[in-house]
Design a protein around this ligand. Structure first.
Ligand SMILES: Cc1cc2nc3c(=O)[nH]c(=O)nc-3n(C[C@H](O)[C@H](O)[C@H](O)COP(=O)(O)OP(=O)(O)OC[C@H]3O[C@@H](n4cnc5c(N)ncnc54)[C@H](O)[C@@H]3O)c2cc1C
Length: 345
């Protein structure tokens, strides 16, 4: 049995035909900007989902204090997908391949040959096997606002301690404004964020709060006949809180393990393929947390690192980018002071 019929649970059901229990009475949209890398989209979803693409993105503008750094590619690098549309489509595909989804059915410890927790950040299945989690607290609002649809904007400031704030365009006139923090009241931080970037907070905006789990490699994802996947396993990037691409990739590995009747191969398999990247996101996170961000963004812009990021940047796999930035830093004296912090973060 799979617990949870959101993106990861439904995707896994489409690969295995397993039955799914979903506590909501139907597909309920999860608060999420649903920005995913083009590479992840092509690899995991592909053509059958093109009608769900709301917007295509070529780059990002990073803001910290008064400093800005723009990174851009000629081609599209990421897509904004309709969240509810994606949940519904994945559930339909699962059902068309023989999986049965029972809506309005909450898991409360029931057993089966395999129990897969795809039940999100506050996973009850994870708690049942003794997993402990830390969280970011996220808040987002769908706002009518003009913004160049080719760029997402990322903001670092006191309003988003521990993560960052964002403005992700869904079209020329609509954006998802949001942020994550590692403590305090995310709603209050959101109002502060809006006033800091000169946007008038509007009480009529559709607003949502949610948890983002913090990846912790020490926590198990398999115990006995129980496995965790997606946000339930915290397979989430610590830099951005994004978890769709890693969650779906890990679901593929879990599907293989279930077919082989060997859940241990799932724990080994996803860690072999993805744990280093997830740890690297954690390292970048710690580096950002310790940095004076306005100064760092200014220094990176002046050292023309934006070009390196544009060429080598990969939203999901930061290792090759970091190696290139480190190399470039060696010939940019203003960046030398960051090298020890980068190495020991
Ligand atoms: C504000 C915000 C913005 C985000 N933006 C992005 C983004 O732009 N890109 C990106 O890649 N990721 C983003 N994420 C992360 C992304 O939303 C998650 O990584 C992804 O949704 C994880 O999917 P999941 O299926 O594992 O869990 P969820 O989508 O959380 O689904 C869990 C499901 O389990 C069900 N469930 C829970 N408990 C039970 C139970 N006891 N019995 C039965 N069913 C149960 C729930 O009802 C739900 O349907 C964002 C997250 C937040 C909070």
């Amino acid at each position: 049995m799979i617990v949870g019929a959101s993106v990861v649970g439904s995707y896994l059901a489409s690969l295995t035909g397993m039955d799914v229990w979903e506590r909501n009475n139907g597909q309920k949209e999860k608060p999420c900007s649903t920005l995913i890398s083009k590479r992840g989209y092509d690899d995991l979803l592909g053509r059958g989902y093109d009608d769900l693409i709301a917007n295509k993105v070529k780059g990002a503008v990073i803001h910290a204090g008064k400093e800005e750094l723009a990174v851009e590619r000629k081609e599209n690098v990421a897509f904004v997908i309709s969240r509810l549309g994606l949940q519904r489509r994945l559930a339909e595909v699962a059902e068309s391949r023989g999986a049965s989804i029972s809506y309005g059915r909450a898991w409360k410890g029931e057993q089966d040959e395999f129990v897969v927790g795809a039940d999100g950040a506050a996973s009850g299945v994870a708690r049942s096997i003794g997993v402990k989690r830390d969280y970011f607290y996220a808040f987002q609002a769908h706002a009518s606002m003009k913004q160049d649809p080719s760029f997402v904007h990322l903001y670092f400031g006191d309003y988003s301690r521990g993560l960052f704030a964002w403005s992700i365009p869904h079209s020329e006139n609509e954006v998802e404004l949001g942020l994550g923090v590692n403590g305090g009241n995310a709603g209050d931080c959101f109002r502060l964020f809006c006033s800091s970037i000169g946007v008038r907070f509007d009480e009529t905006w559709k607003r949502q709060a949610a948890l983002i789990p913090v990846f912790d490699a020490s926590q198990p994802t398999v115990r006995g006949n129980v496995a965790l996947v997606g946000d339930a396993a915290a397979q989430v990037k610590a830099t951005t809180g994004g978890g769709i691409v890693f969650g779906l990739r890990c679901a593929r590995i879990l599907a293989d393990a279930i077919r082989k009747n060997d859940l241990g191969s799932y724990e080994r398999g996803w860690r072999n393929l993805h744990e280093r990247d997830l740890r690297m996101h954690g390292r970048v996170r710690r580096f950002i947390d310790a940095a004076d961000m306005p100064r760092l963004v200014g220094d990176l812009r002046n050292a023309e690192i934006g070009k390196t990021i544009s060429l080598k940047g990969d939203m999901d796999h930061p290792r090759s980018l970091l190696a290139s930035v480190a190399l470039k830093s060696l010939v940019a004296p203003r960046l030398w002071k960051y090298l020890p912090q980068m190495m020991f973060a």
